[in-house]
Design a protein around this ligand. Structure first.
Ligand code: ADP
Ligand code: NI
Length: 218
């Protein structure tokens, strides 16, 4: 095993243990899918592979949604974990910046940090939010929050601030319009864009079917 493989194996163990009992859309399996997809995208885009893999595994180690809105816990935990091992300082700092910046949060916030590695991890995370998996995760989260599946009287809100987005209690279907259907135009890698197109079409089909069934047409 190389030193890099060893630290990745340790990170997997840590993420698996830390996310035991997490909400089903933000658990170890989400981290594992994002890692796999990030590795796939990284095959086609030259990037620092260790940074990509560690950031993908650690990106949701302490999502602020599940920590009273505290956005510092995740980056802090990721850094504290990596500092235990022989990981170069600049790698730790880069992973920290990715963990800080990966989240969507309504999509209307500007950020000053950017890197190829962030683009890769963010595209992988966004791909996991759309398509069949995205639909499953969204309804799981809605159930976790006891949201309505759909309510024709409550319209989606596309101009939410980060705070309003986080505090929103709207029906789960609205989340498709507030986030999921916007993601295909916000991909930053070639592979990400191509996969997002397919997954987007699948969600559109799902919504057509959903409304037809809702109205008793099918
Ligand atoms: P980000 O932090 O990038 O905004 P989230 O962690 O909020 O991403 O969202 C990840 C996934 O969790 C979403 O793609 C969706 O499946 C689910 N989710 C998050 N917020 C909501 C919501 N308000 N309603 C339904 N699902 C949600
Ligand atoms: Ni994520």
């Amino acid at each position: 095993m190389t030193v890099q493989d060893d630290i990745i194996a340790k990170t997997k163990e840590y993420v698996k243990n830390t996310l035991k009992g997490a909400e089903g859309g933000h658990d170890w399996w989400h981290a594992l899918r994002v890692w796999k997809m990030a590795c796939r995208i990284a095959e086609e885009e030259p990037a620092d592979r260790l940074v990509v893999e560690l950031a993908a595994l650690l990106h949701d180690i302490a999502d602020s949604k599940f920590h009273d809105g505290d956005e510092e816990v995740g980056p802090r935990k990721a850094v504290a974990f990596l500092r235990q091992w022989d990981v170069p300082d600049e790698t730790v700092k880069h992973v920290e910046m990715i963990v800080r910046n990966v989240s969507f949060k309504g999509g209307n916030e500007a950020s000053s940090f950017g890197s190829k590695e962030l683009d890769i991890v963010r595209d992988a995370d966004r791909l996991d939010a759309i398509g069949a998996i995205g639909i499953a995760r969204t309804f799981n989260y809605g159930g976790y929050k006891n949201r309505e599946l759909y309510n024709p009287e409550i319209k989606p809100n596309l101009n939410m601030t980060k705070e309003a987005y986080k505090a929103s209690t709207s029906p789960t279907i609205n989340h498709f319009y507030e986030k999921l259907l916007l993601l295909k135009d916000r991909m930053h890698t070639k592979t990400g864009r191509a996969l997002a197109e397919q997954r987007h079409r699948f969600m559109e089909q799902f919504l057509d079917e959903f409304y037809d069934e809702w109205d008793g047409k099918r």
